[in-house]
Design a protein around this ligand. Sequence first.
Ligand code: BTN
Length: 326
Amino acid sequence: MSDELLSMFQNKEGEYLSGEVISKELNVSRTAVWKKIRKLEEQGYRFEASRKLGYKLVAVPDRLSAAALLRSLTTERFARRLHLHEAVDSTQTVLRALAEDGAPEGTLVIAEQQLQGRGRMGRSWESPKGKGIWMSLLLRPNLAIHFSPQLTLLIAVALCRSLRKSTGLPIGIKWPNDLLVDGRKISGILLESTAEEERLNYILAGIGISVNLEEQDYPAELMDKAVSLRMLVGRKLDRTDIIVQFMKELEELYDLYLQEGFAPIRSLWEALAVSLGQRVVLTTPQGIIEGIPVGLEENGALLVKLDDGQLKPFFSAEMGMPNSVS
Ligand code: BTN
């Protein structure tokens, strides 16, 4: 009945429908109509109710649609196989199962909500319903495993460039692949890969973008560390547009990388990086190290100038500013 009820409202856009008319049309009691309206409100629909006139549909929930995404995509391969879920534990887990079943490169899993979203370094990743972009893309590059740090940086560059275009915000990259605006994180990337005999088998590129979260969606302790695009631009953003732009940018840069190697990506990354030339603290499995990042090595490692003048490469660590937790 909820589909029929919604079509009635959609056919009479902006108009009131009385409880009596609805109950006659759908052949149910007026109490049943009222209960259905309540149920739709719980799903994010909003109605205006008037004693005299009945109900008017004033807002529909912000839901992604696979059909709308597929219509807007301009990519050749990326996101052409699209799996859109209402709620999953983690899009990484769903994509891993598809990858094991032989899904092709470019397969994309998106969820409106993640119940156990995962972040880097074993952290959890809050993924509230309908407010962000929580997705995982399957890559199957024919490369040796030691190239995977380059892919991490490539994805950050593509996301940073596309989000800059979509929002006009001065987004920067904090090594290796967090996206920040004025020191607050708007997006995170988690790469998980499998390899056989030193060759990459597949990569699950997990991307979380805080698009339309509001202040109340953040716990107090995160307020100075994280922010959403909506809070920065002051309006709700279209998640479909953001995904479409990003997939285009990523496919182009990925193809460029496969043809020309890391050099062009390296320059793009360095131009967007926020931490080059500033003193940072790196938390590594070997201990805490302070120094000044100066750029990337050809293999994707971050080169850090230590206090004794030595240049040391890092592939993975947690970066923070001196006297702060990252
Ligand atoms: C980080 O900055 O710590 C990385 C966050 C990555 C979050 C995304 S959301 C979609 C995908 N599924 C997950 O469980 N995690 C990644």
